[in-house]
Design a protein around this ligand. Structure first.
Ligand code: ATP
Ligand code: MG
Length: 436
């Protein structure tokens, strides 16, 4: 993300903890805020509520970037927000948020929350009693700032006067390009170990350094990621690797010894002298980043297939014998690897099947006799499997001839395809050619 900081030191201190940076002294312009977000902000204000843009939206605007979404914070309760916007619905049980929808864009509106973890737990216990829950969970603007993760994520853009409100010295940290935890890193990472992954994600995306205390605590508390529910880690892993900075993120995750808490099976191969795993995963992630940059879709199944390939590759190689062909070995190894992986990350079923298909296809692509290629090329998984094979070849597996053949096969006419198949020989009688 380009760094275009426009921050001066002219700020007004409104109380002991907060500074207000007036409109002329910061770089946020309404023209860079989505129309939907502005509508929400203005409507809340008009109804007499406090209304701020907050989180990554404010951070990225101040850095001259293009926010991927806009979050709004307000003192209006979820029911009050819901009543104001016809196109909205309340989501979440523990922390109720309102999603306001405009076409494909969703603006998330959250009522100011207090930081107190104990209050949150009490709130959770008293979830049946909405009134008590709200009393315990909601707070003031200041509370809301201090319960956030990093100082640069706790800046508020006030739609009432277009100023930026900073309780946590977030502006200074933006300028210093440093990620600082709000409060004690030791405690805040204990409260929520996912903040370690968030720190890595933002460090990669923003090219920020981590403040020393945070660094140290990540090094000490990595094991706590094992306590995070596997379903939440699935969501976080997607954010880590589908934000356009996956290669850098991977590098940082390994540097901080966190990668093993996400993909233990892959991490085992990272130290091998041939460097295959590191090269393969890096290449896959570089490709992912490129696709995102040109706004091409990235399938999570492809990503997970790539991240787990080194383990599948190794395991299927061990299973393979003349009586146990590559296709069968890949299928069995793939299933085993996925089963082990599920204890760390809950990969949804629809993606699991696609991953198996991509892996098994690696053997099928090697079988070019008879009419098989004609069938394979029109299979819905062909393109992903072909791209996957190119990646293996680029990592140094000896597949150049096979890759060139398939590249050409896709380019030529139907007649030429038949000729190419014919040149490979008739259907094979039994067993499979060694395919991976
Ligand atoms: P981006 O959307 O660009 O990935 P973001 O900072 O907006 O980054 P979100 O996950 O959208 O990240 O969260 C919005 C805001 O909510 C954050 O900026 C932060 O202030 C707060 N937040 C999110 N997750 C946590 C958490 N685990 N602990 C504390 N605060 C959090
Ligand atoms: Mg966000």
């Amino acid at each position: 993300m380009p760094l275009i900081l426009c921050i001066t030191t002219k700020v007004i201190v409104i109380n002991n903890t907060a500074s207000v940076i007036p409109r002329p002294e910061h770089s946020i312009s309404r023209s860079n805020i989505s129309e939907s977000a502005l509508k929400v902000l203005y409507k809340l204000k008009k109804a007499g509520f406090e209304s701020y843009l907050v989180g990554g939206g404010v951070r990225d605007l101040l850095l001259g970037g293009k926010p991927k979404d806009f979050d709004v914070a307000t003192d209006a309760l979820p029911e009050q927000v819901r009543a104001l916007f016809g196109n909205s619905r309340i989501i979440g049980r523990r922390f109720r948020l309102v999603h306001v929808r405009y076409g494909r864009e969703i603006i998330e509106v959250a009522t100011f929350r207090s930081h107190h973890e104990q209050a949150e737990n009490e709130g959770q216990a008293l979830v049946e009693d909405g009134f008590i829950l709200r009393n315990n969970v909601y707070g003031t603007l200041e509370d809301d700032a201090f319960r956030r993760d990093f100082t640069v994520n706790a800046l508020y853009y006030n739609i009432a006067d277009f100023s930026v409100v900073d309780f946590t010295k977030g502006m200074a940290d933006l300028q210093a390009q440093t990620l600082c935890m709000i409060g004690e890193p030791e405690l805040r990472l204990q409260e929520d170990p996912v903040r370690m992954l968030r720190a890595i994600r933002f460090a990669a995306k923003l090219q920020f350094g981590l403040e020393a205390g945070l660094k140290q605590q990540i090094e000490l508390q990595g094991d706590r990621l094992d306590l995070v529910p596997a379903a939440r880690l699935f969501d976080e892993v997607l954010k880590l690797f589908l934000s356009g900075y996956a290669e850098k993120t991977f590098y940082l995750l390994t540097e901080y010894q966190l990668f093993q808490h996400l993909f233990a099976q892959t991490a085992e191969f990272l130290e091998q002298p041939d460097n295959y795993t590191k090269r393969f995963v890096s290449l896959a992630l570089i490709n992912t980043d490129k696709r995102i940059q040109i706004e091409k879709p990235v399938n999570p199944a492809f990503l997970f297939a790539a991240l787990l390939w080194p383990a599948v590759h190794q395991q299927s190689g061990l299973l393979q014998t003349p009586d146990h062909p590559a296709l069968q070995s890949l299928l069995e190894a793939g299933r085993d690897v996925i089963n082990v992986q599920l204890s760390q990350i809950a990969i949804p079923k629809r993606f699991r099947q696609m991953m198996i298909d991509i892996w098994v296809f690696q053997a099928r692509l090697a079988q070019r006799r008879g009419k098989r290629p004609i069938r394979l090329v029109s299979h819905p998984r062909f393109r992903a499997a072909y791209d996957f094979m190119l990646l293996r070849n680029d990592t140094g597996e000896d597949l150049q001839e096979l890759c060139d053949w398939w590249t050409r096969f896709q380019e030529v006419s139907e007649d030429e395809r038949h000729a190419m198949c014919k040149a490979m020989g008739g259907p094979k009688r039994r067993g499979g050619k060694k395919g991976s």
